[in-house]
Ligand binder design. Structure first.
Ligand code: GDP
Length: 417
């Protein structure tokens, strides 16, 4: 499909914090796995004839093999998740496409996403769709096909469609970022259900707002709900369509300050998810459409390119700045929430197995010392018997000697008569 592979090695990306931590914790769990399996072999060996370990001891240790396996499975699938929200047509799909450097999600007039779309990396070269709860893979070659497939499948607004896209084509997907696009917050009354189903494990939320208007009550309400369910959610606000400001440069600074103040106020005073200073680092003025166009050109993809409006470079730098701060935030948050839990579990398992081995060791040494004791007692008894035997033998010898003497005496007496 003429795809351009991402060849750049992104060792500098903040996402590497997560990628490296994931590798490290995976390696640690391989070691724990080995350790547990060794312990099982050992338990089997000592539960044989000499019965140091009971069959319950063996079963207890064997149970850890499955536990470790289950954690390793979860670890393999662990990822960083970002969810995008906002009103219909604010540009959510365009932002996601710009971040992925390609037109992956359908966007534009006539297309409204009426379900949740989760874009995630696929290990094969193929792109395919899968609806939640079904194993059927629907191959997709192009965006228009994806759009058709989505329309044809008549999905419910609350359904989740997985879009698997070759990892090698997008740096974000390769580094285990999963991006979730949502139906507009203006089209649903089911905000609670959405949050419960798709948001509780999101590391970062991005509100895609429209810089041409002001933050809407529906957008605000959604995040009020989020912050009641998740403690301290990480929220970024993108004031999209900032290219519109190019047509009125005389008001640019004024409008920007007004929007920025409202957003800071919303995050820090209304939602109380961060301080005003932190909030300033979470608000960006961008044009997703321009960013996507710039990236499509970089990848030499055919685009019908209008001339970009004045200031597009500044807006593009701001988009790149957003990506950097977003990457730092998501990787740190995911490491904290996901791996802290796994490493605690790993530590507990290692400690439990150690305790079980200790118990067996103690039992074995108790058995050894009781055997030694038994041997000592036996030895003493034997010596006593030996002594007795010697005494008896001596007595017998004396007795026999005396008998022989008396017999000899009697014989000689008889002979001399
Ligand atoms: P969604 O419904 O929130 O996913 O919005 P889309 O990404 O589908 O965008 C809706 C329309 O807005 C499309 O025609 C986009 O090309 C357009 N659009 C998105 N971002 C921008 C932007 O930054 N500037 C301008 N002028 N148009 C944009």
């Amino acid at each position: 499909n003429g795809a351009v592979r991402v060849n750049m090695t992104n060792v500098d990306s903040p996402l590497q914090i997560f990628v490296r931590a994931k590798k490290k914790i995976n390696d640690i769990f391989i070691e724990i796995d080995d350790y547990v399996k060794d312990a099982v072999t050992f338990m089997h060996a000592v539960s044989g004839e000499n019965k140091i370990a009971t069959s319950q001891d063996v079963a207890n240790i064997e149970a850890y093999v499955n536990k470790v396996q289950a954690i390793r499975e979860v670890l393999k699938r662990d990822h960083m998740k970002v969810a995008f929200f906002g009103r219909t047509s604010n540009g959510k799909s365009t932002v996601i496409n710009a971040m992925l450097h390609d037109k992956i999600l359908p966007s534009g007039i006539g297309h409204t996403t009426n379900c949740f779309l989760q874009v995630e990396g696929s290990d094969t070269d193929e792109a395919f769709l899968r609806t939640e709860g079904s194993e059927e893979k629907l191959n997709v070659q192009s965006v228009s096909q994806l759009g058709h497939a989505l329309c044809a499948s008549r999905l419910q607004e609350c359904a989740l469609v997985h879009v698997h896209w070759p990892r090698e084509l997008c740096a974000l997907l390769r580094d285990d970022v999963v991006l979730v696009d949502s139906p507009g917050v203006d089209v649903t009354p089911n905000l609670d259900q959405w949050i419960d189903r798709y948001c509780l494990d999101a590391d970062v939320f991005v509100l895609v707002a429209n810089a041409e208007s002001t933050l809407m009550v529906t957008e605000k309400n959604f995040f009020h709900k989020v912050s009641t369910k998740i403690s301290q959610p990480n929220i970024f606000i993108l004031n999209n369509r900032w290219d519109a400001s190019a047509s009125e440069p005389e008001y640019l600074d004024q409008v920007r300050t007004q929007h920025a103040n409202r957003c800071v106020d919303f995050l820090s005073r209304e939602l109380r998810v961060c301080t005003p200073k932190e909030a300033e680092e979470r608000i960006f003025f961008i044009s997703a459409k321009e960013a996507l166009l710039t990236r499509m050109r970089e990848r030499e993809k055919p685009v019908s390119s209008p001339i970009l409006a004045d200031g597009h470079q500044v807006r593009y730098f701001e988009f790149v700045d957003f990506e950097r701060k977003f990457e730092e935030c998501i990787s740190q948050s995911a490491v904290r929430t996901k791996f802290a839990q796994h490493s605690r579990r790993g530590k507990n398992i290692a400690a439990d197995v150690m305790a079980a081995l200790d118990q067996v060791y103690n039992k074995a040494s108790d058995m050894k010392s009781s055997k030694v004791e038994k041997q000592r007692v036996l030895h003493e008894q034997l010596s006593a018997v030996e002594e007795q035997l010697t005494a008896i033998t001596r007595q017998m010898k004396d007795k026999i000697g005396r008998m022989v003497e008396s017999v000899e005496h009697k014989v000689s007496l008889t002979l001399s008569q």
